[in-house]
Design a protein around this ligand. Sequence first.
Ligand code: FES
Length: 77
Amino acid sequence: MRNENYICNCQLVTVSEIEDAVEKHGAATFEAIQNVTKVSTGCRRCYASAKSLAEGYIDKVKKTKRGGAGQLRLKFD
Ligand code: FES
């Protein structure tokens, strides 16, 4: 189920868009997610929560996809 709650109100980035940046675009760092979504590139009030959410999701994906047949390729910019 997609979480369409906004994590960043300036750039109108949702939680699902953060997850998509990792799953579909292979973003493996918060900076890579910013490049894809532009999250936290405005007032930066969301920076701590967005970074925590993003890095938590990256860790979760790394743990669940490790070694599987559908191994995810993450990009480290
Ligand atoms: S709320 Fe995210 S940059 Fe302002």
